[in-house]
Ligand binder design. Structure first.
Ligand code: UD1
Ligand code: CA
Length: 452
């Protein structure tokens, strides 16, 4: 049997005013990714899978985010917010192409999984016209209730239209629906707006499917998977669910975490084998940690690559573009940015390494600073293989330190240092024999005079 084609329509129109933010709701993030990116990531991809995103007017940023995540995303604008059925019809042109399965999802329901989308498509294959994703809500207030009679889904009743009896139903509509693609458009086009809110409710499709003598079924899932986000409180709750999921997946993939509840991961964090993450580590998007690496406590990292058996922290900060080679080490209070630190190199204490390339096995002493910014432009620092940078040195970029070169402690290096050269930049040290004793004598006399 050939695979069924699909079109997923993600509804992402609306301001999300209850977020109290100028950012469109679906661009808020959990686990380092926008809500929209999470949903799009779960939607079917590959051959025979189309994707449409319905956005509000003047929401170019939402369109750009959709295209960034899925370059094949077709964008449609819903010019007036007249309800979920009306929103779906904004993508009429895509729906009319007649994919086998039509899936509808909401952009503000980020915890939905690819498995659930797949599970919803199965009944269509067996002849159902519509599958609705349902869940038992701890508090069903506000959700559409699934009205089931004799084990069959007969209607979805929105909160505002539900009778007192219907409001007692806890089985609710999660918002994800899967239609048999052939008949979907005719059904959705017939939906009216004769209800309490005067909106075109997509949920009315259920009753219509039944009236046509076709079958509508419920696929159940957990409430955690379909948490919708309307407020910052709900955003934080969804973050907690996502973090728990990511930690569990990491543990199950073999990552050692002493206190996983204190480790924050991003949806795209990648781990090799035998990675250890100590308590209180924050990992932002774009981080890859290779086999055997150890991330010590209180480290913060984003868009960085950690090599095999590399050591990071405690208290390290790796900013975007940091790359640590195999066996390399970044110690406490070290900040890196756009820095390639090759295999075996060490930056053990209190340093800033930015816009830099540090050769293999180089050693940067405590307090080494790359002075990469002149107030106007950023410049590069190149440190050769096996170079040794003495403690408290400032390397004023652009500057190149040759392979195997040696920089004396406390130097301010502004000129390139050739391979294997020794460079010290500091005033000559003077010594006066007995000078301290004489100084003490003078000072004690001064103090005694004042005391009189
Ligand atoms: C909707 C469902 C309800 C379900 C709940 C689950 C309908 C009529 N109701 O209610 O049964 O229990 O979700 O969370 O479908 N949208 C548009 N354009 C519109 C209206 C909505 O794009 O004109 C988008 C929103 O951006 C949002 C989604 O559709 O992503 C749901 O809309 P919302 O107004 O939040 O619906 P609910 O009242 O929560
Ligand atoms: Ca909602």
């Amino acid at each position: 049997m050939t695979a069924r084609s699909s079109l997923t329509v993600v509804l992402a129109a609306g301001e999300g005013t209850r977020m109290r933010s100028s950012l469109p709701k679906v661009l808020h993030q959990i686990a380092g990714q926008s809500l929209l990116a999470h949903v799009l990531g779960a939607a079917a991809a590959g051959e025979g899978s189309q994707l449409a995103v319905v956005i509000g007017p003047d929401h170019d940023a939402v369109a750009n985010e959709a295209r960034r995540v899925r370059s094949d995303a077709q964008i449609f604008v819903q010019h007036e917010r007249l309800g979920t059925a009306h929103a779906v019809l904004a993508a009429r042109e895509a729906i009319a192409r007649g994919a086998d399965d039509l899936l509808i999802a909401f952009g503000d329901t980020p915890l939905i999984s690819a498995e659930t989308f797949a599970r919803m498509r199965a009944p269509l294959q067996q002849g159902a016209a519509l599958a609705v994703l349902g869940f038992h809500a701890a508090d069903p207030t506000g959700y559409g209730r699934l009205v089931v009679e004799n084990g069959r889904l007969v209607a979805i009743r929105e909160q505002a239209d539900a009778s007192a009896e219907e409001r007692k139903i806890t089985l609710c509509n999660a918002g994800v629906m899967a239609f048999d693609g052939k008949g979907a458009l005719a059904i959705i086009e017939k939906i009216g707006n004769a209800n309490a809110k005067g909106e075109y409710y997509l949920t009315d499709a259920v009753g219509m499917v039944r009236d046509l003598g076709l079958e509508a079924v419920v696929i159940e899932t957990s409430e955690d998977e379909v948490r919708g986000i309307n407020t910052k409180t709900q955003l934080a709750e969804a973050e907690a669910v996502m973090q728990a999921r990511l930690r569990k997946a990491a543990l199950e993939a073999g990552v050692t975490m002493i206190a996983p509840e204190t480790v924050f991961l991003a949806a795209d964090t990648k781990f090799g084998k035998d990675v250890t993450i100590e308590p209180f580590v924050v990992i932002g998007p774009g981080v890859t940690i290779d086999d055997g690496a150890v991330i010590h406590s209180f480290t913060h990292m984003i868009q960085s690559t950690i090599g095999k058996k590399a050591l990071v922290g405690p208290y390290a900060r790796m900013r975007p573009g940091s790359s640590l080679g195999d066996g390399a080490k970044i110690g406490n209070f070290v900040e890196t940015k756009s820095a390639v630190i090759e295999a075996g190199a060490k930056v053990n204490h209190l340093s800033y390494v930015g816009d830099a390339h540090v050769g293999a096995s180089a050693n940067l002493g405590a307090g080494t600073i790359t002075c990469n910014y002149d107030g106007f432009l950023k410049h590069k620092t190149l440190i050769g293989e096996g170079a040794f940078i003495g403690t408290n040195s400032s390397l004023v970029a652009p500057v190149t330190i040759g392979k195997g070169a040696y920089i004396g402690s406390g130097s301010v290096i502004t000129k390139n240092v050739p391979d294997d050269a020794l460079s010290v930049e500091r005033a000559q040290q003077m010594i006066r024999e007995g000078g301290a004793a004489r100084y003490r004598e003078v000072k004690l006399k001064e103090k005694a005079k004042k005391g009189k």
